[in-house]
Design a protein around this ligand. Structure first.
Ligand SMILES: [Zn+2]
Length: 428
């Protein structure tokens, strides 16, 4: 009985597979899976190495060290590796450090025609010295470390995906380019132009930020973030003896914030909110200076200009005309809008995931922060997909950042199968 059941089950299975040749997907690629399994503990070793090198965005020394490590790893895989120093065209913002981290670019030439860009970042939000109290550690299904999820897991995923392709001797891609930057957490002042150039030169871009530990998904859209900064200069004077000789910068900045407080446009997804303000030096001095900052979010890049012009026009109306009002509008990150090509590729990824019995979500709505995928998608209609890293938790949390160890195999399987099928022209 049991024997017969097995035969008929096998026949049914074959019939299903043959009836849907385009989606032979339902069967697992056992070679890729076995390779993913082999890489699991090795990827954890790589993560240990990566989080043991402190690499805050403002720590050029640390960034030099980790970029040297990453460069060596890509060289060992046969890549042509170069460092890219921040250029004179860097977009400097108020928090851009004097010395921005260099980028690591690795190129792998194949025998096919498709070009694929893989990106992740090596810098973290953490300050030098924090590592001593929080070294790499494994607890159950979690591997902890500062920056492990954001975004050292992304670098490790790329390294071990390429290791798998090499182990399988797969070279049917035309070219795989890897770019690892060291300035993501400060809105990519130097790498933004490189991402946009490379994004336009490749047929597919996979960006390796982590997915959430509670929702295994890819993202096709990310938020656009800008910052408005106002600086008012007035004149100090004794608040008791001669207040009339002063120009109160705090009154002026309050007036400016209030008259621009309704510039959000929910229907268009535009948000503008004043979030920081400071002014004055002493209780008994009419304040000579005041500053304020507003957080701006847009869903379409074209909306930046409208918001900036509206604020610039509004601030001409002053409460105290003799004060000086200066404004800066920093485009920290463009939004990434969901594209048809991105959706097609993400749906293909979903199907790959079913081969190993897992369900992958695809989010086309804007949520969370901005990422470098947005710079990569600025000048191309080709597919750009975010969250090809591991499943993680606690980015920027100071003391509770980890990745889920059981996401390593499925995510390596996914990334590797995606590159193989895209190279073969099957992703459409
Ligand atoms: Zn990140």
């Amino acid at each position: 009985m049991i024997f017969h059941h097995k035969i008929s089950a096998a026949l049914v299975f074959t019939a299903i597979a043959m009836s849907a040749p385009l989606h032979a997907a339902a069967t697992v690629d056992s070679v890729v899976l076995a390779n993913a399994q082999q890489q699991k503990s090795k990827l954890l070793d790589t993560l240990n190495d990566l989080v043991s090198i402190e690499s805050g965005s403002g720590d050029r020394e640390g960034l030099d060290k980790i970029s040297a490590y990453i460069a060596d790893r890509f060289k060992a895989l046969g890549g042509k590796v170069e460092f890219i120093e921040p250029g004179a065209d860097s977009y400097r913002m108020h928090d851009t450090p004097a010395r921005i981290g260099r980028m690591v670019q690795a190129t792998f030439e194949g025998t096919g025609s498709k070009s694929i860009l893989l990106i992740a970042h090596m810098d973290t939000v953490y300050l030098k010295g924090m590592l001593a109290k929080q070294p790499f550690r494994v607890e159950g299904n979690r591997a902890y470390g500062l920056g492990i999820s954001d975004d050292k897991a992304g670098i490790a995923t790329i390294l071990h995906t390429l290791t798998m392709l090499k182990a399988m001797n797969f070279r049917e891609y035309g070219k795989i380019t890897v770019l690892i930057n060291g300035d993501e957490e400060i809105s990519s002042p130097a790498s933004r132009s490189v991402f946009t150039r490379l994004g336009a030169q490749h047929d597919l871009t996979l960006s390796h930020e982590s997915s959430s530990s509670t929702s295994d998904h890819l993202s096709l859209a990310t938020a656009g973030i800008a910052a408005v900064t106002l600086k008012v200069t007035g004149r100090a004077s004794h608040a008791g003896a001669a207040p009339e000789r002063g120009l109160n910068a705090v009154y002026e900045i309050a007036h400016q914030m209030l008259q621009t407080r309704d510039f959000s446009d929910p229907a268009k997804g535009i948000k503008m909110n004043w979030t920081m303000v400071s002014g004055g030096t002493n209780r008994n001095v009419i304040p000579a200076e005041a500053t304020a900052a507003a957080d701006v979010r847009v869903e379409r890049i074209s909306d930046y200009d409208g918001v900036e012009q509206k604020v610039r026009a509004a601030i001409k109306n002053q409460l105290i005309p003799e004060t000086k009002v200066a404004m800066s509008f920093e485009r920290r990150r463009p939004p990434m809008e969901s594209s048809p090509a991105g959706l097609t590729a993400a749906n293909y990824a979903k199907q790959i995931y079913t081969e190993i019995g897992r369900t992958l979500g695809v989010s086309s709505g804007i949520s969370g922060g901005g990422t470098d995928a947005a710079f990569a998608s600025l000048a191309t209609k080709n597919a750009v997909i975010e969250r090809f890293g591991l499943l993680g938790f606690g980015a920027h949390s100071n003391d509770d950042e980890y990745i889920l160890i059981d996401s390593i195999e499925p995510r390596l399987y996914l990334a590797t199968r995606m590159i193989i099928d895209f190279s073969r022209g099957l992703v459409k």
